[in-house]
Write a protein that binds this ligand. Structure first.
Ligand SMILES: Nc1ncnc2c1ncn2[C@@H]1O[C@H](COP(=O)(O)OP(=O)(O)OP(=O)(O)O)[C@@H](O)[C@H]1O
Length: 598
């Protein structure tokens, strides 16, 4: 019997601008406002009715705060502190930003060149950078100023030079990650020259890192400028900058503390606002931070507190999913990926979950045992029953204990799921030991037995091999052995044969089917290939845009598909001699892709 459900066009998520994301971050907004005020003040300073910052008046020396005509008092030479503060901030900020720009430009150029050229050029450039880094940076800055002579411009050069290594190392690291990527190879094959590749392929990818590094180091450079001026090596009298004001006020720290506290507070405000804003910019520019992918995910997927559970478990099912809705947070919005999915698998049965890429199959599978990373994942509604027990209502420890013991997963690419540093036998032993308290010797025997069972030849010997020493098919057999390790009630296989060639694929499918029938397990088999479904699945559920659009006995669905999308998926299974008809079927899949949640 087949059940049919029509899809409704998903609502396009509202576009969240970077600007809005930045303003969502309260600390970054506070930094931005503070910095805006400082910027406004230093821009307006020439037209403000302020006394000459360098005009001395010994009779008015060390006037306290809020003195008439001197809002922030006067210094030891009777100069107006407010005027000196605003003019001095202008100088410090200008020098700090100029040093940041120079360091960013030179350091990034070195980093990109070294990373792109590689080999000896990389070696020579990075050893030079290492030499710069070998000196404590302030010592190096002092040495440079000592060699060039004191003065604001020389302080600027010194600070820029000591910060070049930060940019060079950061940018080189990122460049190295892109240099051997396929899109760069493609640009090379298209005949582009090195400069053009660097400017059009590498630089756009590296630019966010440069901006992030700039935003987080600008505050630091303003502080370093102030440090050099404080030591008398930056701004020279009578010119004011924040560091020299601090240095001059030091002598009056106890008699007139406001002389040094005022520039100190200004340095603090500028640096803190730059750091807060820098952190905010970094979060906005890095898409992984923006989506929460770099945030440490919780051990189980977050479940909305008021989730609706539309129905109970299906009678006699090992696994039933009812009305499952899973989405991903993006800013303050939740983008749906799975919309009201219901399905069930009985013991000894294989249910195929089929749909094109991005239709929500993996998110459904991962939601079952709370494995969707949160943040950004969120299960909004629905329930997942193991027998009659709702997994989503289980205490965290119980849910985690059920992973691998009652429900096991086999993933697509065993090379990424197996640990490269441990022999495969040991990894199967670990899977057993995670849920069973048996002796090490018994565990080893059982691991060898499992490897044997999944068809690894000379299992005892092979157990000592590392993943890279096995073929793709053998690695997937190890993955299946690990899934079987604790005799689970349900196995979820997420495209376990996609990375394998057709002959190996056929053998793995046969193995899975035999094991599943022999052990009476429920198998949820995720694929995008109706050919695979027809070989292994008793029933099939067709998924499109996060919804199940058709379910039924495999034979029935194949013989008499009801939904247009199912028909197109079936038409995509190539047959020898089909030629043009096959391509028409594949082309028919694409119009629906526009409706995908982006
Ligand atoms: N971490 C994530 N953050 C935001 N969106 C995500 C995340 N993971 C998946 N999605 C979105 O959820 C939707 C469903 O993805 P899913 O991985 O389930 O697709 P799939 O059908 O398994 O595809 P494939 O066959 O390619 O694995 C996609 O639109 C995807 O962009």
């Amino acid at each position: 019997m087949s059940a049919l459900a029509e899809t409704s066009a998903p609502k396009a998520p509202r576009r969240i601008t970077s600007w809005r994301l930045l303003l969502n971050n309260r600390l970054a907004t506070a930094g931005l406002v503070l910095l805006g005020l400082v910027a406004l003040m230093i821009v307006l300073v020439p037209i403000l009715p302020l006394p000459d910052p360098d005009a001395t008046a010994p009779a008015d020396r060390l006037k306290p705060l809020l003195t008439a005509g001197h809002l922030l008092g006067t210094d030891q030479l009777g100069r107006d502190i407010l005027s000196r503060l605003l003019w001095g901030t202008r100088v410090s900020v200008a020098v700090g930003f100029a040093a940041t720009l120079i360091a960013a430009f030179v350091g990034s150029a070195i980093g990109i060149m070294a990373g792109y050229a590689g080999g000896r050029t990389d070696n020579a450039m990075m050893r030079g950078i290492d030499m710069l880094m070998a000196f404590p940076y302030i010592l190096l800055a002092l040495a440079i100023v000592a060699a060039l002579g004191p003065g604001l411009m020389n302080a600027l050069y010194a600070i820029a030079v000591v910060n070049i290594p930060f940019f060079a190392r950061n940018v080189r690291g990122v460049t190295l990650g892109y240099v051997h990527r396929e899109f760069v190879d493609a640009a090379r094959l298209s005949g582009k020259g090195n400069l053009s590749i660097v400017l059009t392929e590498i630089l756009p990818n590296v630019l966010p890192v440069i901006v992030i590094t700039m935003s987080t180091t600008a505050g630091w450079m303003i502080l370093e400028t102030a440090g050099l001026s404080f030591l008398g090596l930056g701004a020279q009298p009578p010119q004011a900058d924040l560091g020299s004001m601090l240095g001059e006020g030091r002598a009056q720290l106890f008699t007139a503390p406001h002389v040094s506290i005022v520039p100190g507070v200004m340095i603090f405000l500028i640096v803190i606002s730059l750091n807060l804003l820098g952190d905010g910019i970094r979060d906005v520019l890095d898409p992984r931070l923006r989506s929460g992918a770099l945030a440490r995910p919780g051990p189980v997927t977050e479940v909305a507190s008021g989730r609706a559970v539309p129905a109970n478990a299906a009678a006699g099912a090992a696994l039933s999913i009812v009305g499952l809705e899973t989405g991903f947070r993006r800013g303050s919005e939740i983008v749906p990926a799975v919309r009201g999915v219901s399905l069930h698998v009985k013991p000894g049965e294989c249910l195929g979950l089929i749909g094109e890429s991005g239709s929500g199959k993996s998110v459904t599978a991962l939601s079952i045992m709370g494995l969707v990373a949160s943040p950004p994942g969120l299960i909004r509604n629905g329930a997942v029953y193991l027998g009659n027990e709702d997994v989503l209502a289980m205490p965290e420890t119980r849910l985690i204990a059920n992973r691998g013991s009652r429900v096991a997963y086999v993933f697509q690419d065993p090379l990424t799921t197996l640990h490269p540093m441990y022999p495969v036998g040991r990894q199967v032993e670990e899977a057993i030991a995670a849920h069973q308290s048996i002796s090490a010797a018994a565990c080893r025997e059982r691991a060898v037995g499992l490897l044997n069972k999944v068809g690894i030849p000379e299992a005892r010997e092979r157990a000592k091999h590392y993943p890279h020493q096995l073929s793709g098919g053998q690695r997937q057999r190890v993955g299946i052995a690990m899934a079987l390790a604790n005799d689970p009630e349900v196995i979820i296989a997420d495209e376990p044969t996609t990375a394998l060639d057709v002959t190996v694929q056929a053998r793995i499918l046969e193995l899975l089917r035999d094991l599943q029938r022999e052990r009476g397990m429920a198998l949820l088999f995720i694929t995008h290939d109706f050919g695979v479904v027809s070989e292994i699945c008793d029933r099939v559920a067709v998924m499109k845009d996060g919804e199940i659009v058709e379910t039924g006995e495999t034979r029935e669905v194949l013989a008499n598909p009801q939904h247009a999308y199912t028909k197109r998926l079936i038409a995509c299974v190539p047959e020898l001699g089909m030629g043009e008809h096959f391509l028409k079927g594949v082309a028919g899949l694409f119009p629906g892709r526009k409706e995908q949640p982006s």
